[in-house]
Design a protein around this ligand. Structure first.
Ligand SMILES: Nc1ncnc2c1ncn2[C@@H]1O[C@H](COP(=O)(O)OP(=O)(O)OP(=O)(O)O)[C@@H](O)[C@H]1O
Ligand SMILES: [Mg+2]
Length: 228
């Protein structure tokens, strides 16, 4: 269970030229560890997650998930890889309004063709792990912002991913709820041995990460929390 990004360059079309969103980026995330990515708006943090998730194909460089290079995979194989090995938590909890918390998770298993009854058990177990056992039957409008974000995280874990990619999970939350979500992510990373990458603006919690890197204009530099 690991994620390796090797010499990734990503450009977007920009007028007559190209905008370099990622400039020869390298990142090695071992199982059970959490790397925080910080940096200014527009520096390339979300682009990095999109490449790691195989949602965006870079101009050059390698993405290696669990030791396997994703380069040769076609769209269907990449979709299967995302479904089975990669958990993605977007900034906005994009939950379906009509489904209960448990059903939000069960949908994931449905997509990957798992048994309905197993899925229900797993959904309840994960909701319990994120502290929402009592809220399993609630719909998004009956949950707080922090609770919705925890459902979002639990959903990303539904298919037992090797790689967990999380984009600004605390930006909509107050300090205390943000800290609780980060605690949860640190705990889940250890317990489930995921290779976790977390984009965050929340510099207060960086000492709890295994490593912090800084993105500046598409370039990644090491930035130990202590020096910030
Ligand atoms: N689909 C796209 N097409 C063209 N340019 C893009 C696209 N997505 C992002 N960009 C540009 O690439 C650069 C990096 O964007 P990215 O979303 O990765 O930044 P970010 O660090 O996540 O910013 P923020 O903190 O605001 O979320 C920005 O200059 C952005 O305008
Ligand atoms: Mg972003």
């Amino acid at each position: 269970m690991s994620l390796l990004l090797d010499d990734i360059t990503l450009t977007y079309p920009d007028g007559r030229g190209r905008l370099t969103a990622l400039d020869r980026v390298a990142l090695d995330v071992p199982a059970g560890s959490l790397t925080a990515v910080v940096g200014p708006s527009g520096s390339g943090k979300s682009s990095l997650l999109a490449v790691a998730a195989t949602l965006v194909t870079p101009d050059s460089g390698r993405i290696v998930v669990d030791g396997a290079d994703t380069a040769g995979l076609g769209p269907a194989a990449k979709a299967a890889l995302r479904r089975e090995r990669i958990g993605i938590v977007f900034q906005q909890p994009n939950l379906l309004p009509s489904l209960t918390a448990a059903e939000q998770l069960q949908v994931m298993a449905h997509v990957s063709g798992r048994l309905e009854r197993t899925a229900r058990g797993r959904a309840l177990e994960l909701l319990d792990a994120v502290g929402l056992a009592a809220e399993a039957g609630r719909r998004p409008h009956q949950l707080s912002g922090g609770q919705r974000q925890r459902v979002n995280i639990a959903r990303a874990l539904m298919n037992d991913p090797s790689v967990l990619l999380v984009d600004e999970p605390t930006s909509a939350l107050d300090h205390e709820r943000g800290a609780a979500v980060l605690d949860l992510l640190v705990g889940l990373t250890r317990e489930r041995a995921t290779a976790t990458v977390l984009v965050t603006h929340d510099l207060a919690h960086l000492e709890r990460m295994d490593r912090t890197v800084t993105m500046t204009d598409g370039r990644l530099t090491p930035a130990p929390a202590a020096s910030r």
